[in-house]
Write a protein of this length. Structure first.
Length: 100
């Protein structure tokens, strides 16, 4: 009876080891595929971050240009207002001179 149990145990353990080998092989292949996918995703994310940084720089430059244009426009409007006030003051002086 003992002679029958030992070969059966050897057979069962051999099958179990074979199943473990297949499972570990499948797991190893799956991990390699996941690693490759993770590397590709990381590469795409890195590229997207670079593009976002470039867009941010462009937007920042555009923002600075807009601020410069606004400042120039405000400066010109202020000069125009001063000129209008100067003209208005001059007209008042002329009118006061005529009344005298």
């Amino acid at each position: 009876m003992m002679n029958i149990i030992v070969p059966q145990f050897a057979l069962i353990s051999s099958v179990f080891i074979f199943i473990l080998l297949i499972a570990f092989t499948f797991h190893f292949i799956q991990m390699q595929v996941l690693k490759k996918e993770a590397t590709q995703k990381f590469f795409h994310l890195n590229e997207e971050i670079k593009r976002e940084k470039e867009m941010s720089k462009k937007n920042q430059k555009a923002c600075l240009e807009i601020v410069n244009i606004e400042n120039t426009l405000q400066h010109k409007l202020l000069r125009m207002k001063l000129e209008v006030l100067n003209i208005d003051f001059t007209l008042k002086e002329i009118c006061n001179f005529i009344k005298i």
